[in-house]
Design a protein around this ligand. Structure first.
Ligand code: NAD
Ligand code: WQD
Length: 337
């Protein structure tokens, strides 16, 4: 298919582009580089052998988006572009409403103008807030516990509404759990700016010596070892699920809402031990109080995605740690594994 990726130079978008190119899809990347490095499109071209069209634009620029959709005869959009920092969203809600909600409305207007009726959307496990129990199914109650989460819920609703009323014909709301890892080539990966909020990039920066230790936020959760439990999923598995979702909605006029996770809960300490095993690098720990807003345990029931798409995560926690480290080590100029 001819597919336009908003936020296509970002972490998950770029990995998805490699998988889409490998499956023969034609890709147009749209990004304003608010949170991406400018050399990502060139890296993607080298990796895939496909010179992808890059349009440097903001998704709120409906005119440019409409022209791009028309000029490239785009058949579907994968909508990654958004701001994603929970803490920042609580400091500047209007920024998040504008980028995420208004941005999505502008994109949907462009899709209507260009008669593009298919969309895959980056939603998040954050829509479950503090889940009543885990594993979490897609029909579990949703709740916004921060502004970022609220924007994801609104964006899902906008897409579902327009799939019901038109002009959308088919949509897939993909609820990612905790994406980690990097492309096995170590040519693309996650590049957080400043101090990482998320666990895996923090661990890899401790491993390079950039940070002295990992703060383990909370040791008194009602979990097996007292630390928070999450469903970490390799970004390449996630990327494959996007390709399958795209191909599914290309063939069926349906609206899907799917969890993307492995179905296995991993604690902070289990992740640290897996990282040490996979890389041979020690991670010094400091035990710290709980981080406000964190849930004890959240992991997916991914069986709906298995049934509908025939998708299942294939890579395990060691693969995730190894690839996250290979990427971070390459960035830091460490010739390690
Ligand atoms: P990312 O920041 O690496 O990628 C987002 C990309 O969108 C960046 O390249 C950024 O420059 C671009 N962008 C942002 N605002 C834009 C705008 N107004 N116009 C054009 N481009 C814009 O983030 P990611 O981790 O790849 O996340 C992709 C999507 O997945 C986001 O919607 C995010 O909310 C969602 N998500 C991410 C995670 C995660 O942990 N990484 C988990 C669940 C959901
Ligand atoms: C995982 C575990 C922390 C950092 C966040 C967003 C969510 C989604 C993914 C986009 C928790 C612990 C972390 C550290 C630690 N993003 N931790 N020390 O909180 O599940 O989800 O990112 O949609 O919306 O909220 O992921 O990687 O931040 O934390 O001990 O330095 O690691 O307490 O138990 P989280 P995370």
């Amino acid at each position: 298919m001819r597919v336009l990726l908003t936020g296509g130079a970002g972490y998950i978008g770029a990995h998805t582009a490699t998988v889409l190119a490998g499956r023969g899809h034609e890709i147009v990347l749209v990004d304003n580089f608010a949170n991406a490095e400018r050399d990502v499109p060139a890296r993607l071209a080298r990796l895939t052998g496909q010179a992808m069209t890059l349009i440097e634009a903001d998704i709120r620029d409906t005119e440019t988006l409409t022209a791009a959709l028309r000029a490239h005869e785009v058949e579907a959009v994968i909508h990654f572009a958004a701001l994603k920092a929970v803490g920042e969203s609580e400091v500047d809600p209007l920024l998040y409403y504008d980028m995420n909600i208004i941005g999505t409305i502008r994109l949907l207007q462009a899709m209507r103008a260009a008669n593009v009726g298919r969309i895959v959307f980056s939603s998040s496990a954050t829509v479950y807030g503090q889940p009543d129990s885990a594993p979490v199914r897609e029909d579990a109650p949703t709740r916004a516990e921060n502004i970022y989460g609220r924007t994801k819920l609104v964006m899902e609703d906008l897409i579902r509404d327009l799939a019901r009323t038109g002009p959308l014909r088919a949509a897939a709301n993909l609820r990612y759990f905790n994406p980690v890892g990097a492309h096995p080539s170590a040519q693309i990966g996650e590049m957080p700016r400043g101090v990482p909020n998320n666990l895996m990039p923090y661990i890899t920066q401790v491993a390079t010596g950039l940070r002295p230790h990992l703060n383990v936020f909370g040791t008194d959760y009602p979990t097996a070892d007292g630390t928070g439990v999450r469903d970490y999923i390799h970004v390449m598995d996630l990327a494959e699920a996007h390709a399958l979702a795209l191909e599914y909605i290309g063939a069926h006029d349906e609206t899907l809402t799917l969890n993307l996770g492995t179905g296995t809960g991993i604690s902070v300490l289990e992740l640290v031990r897996a990282f040490e095993r996979a890389t041979g690098r020690p991670i010094p720990l400091h035990f710290a109080p709980r981080r406000p807003g964190d849930v004890a345990s959240n992991y997916a029931d991914p069986s709906l995605a298995a049934r509908v798409l025939g998708w299942k995560a294939r890579l395990n926690i060691e693969d995730m740690c190894r690839d996250a480290w290979r990427w971070q080590a390459a960035q830091a100029g460490i010739n390690d594994i």
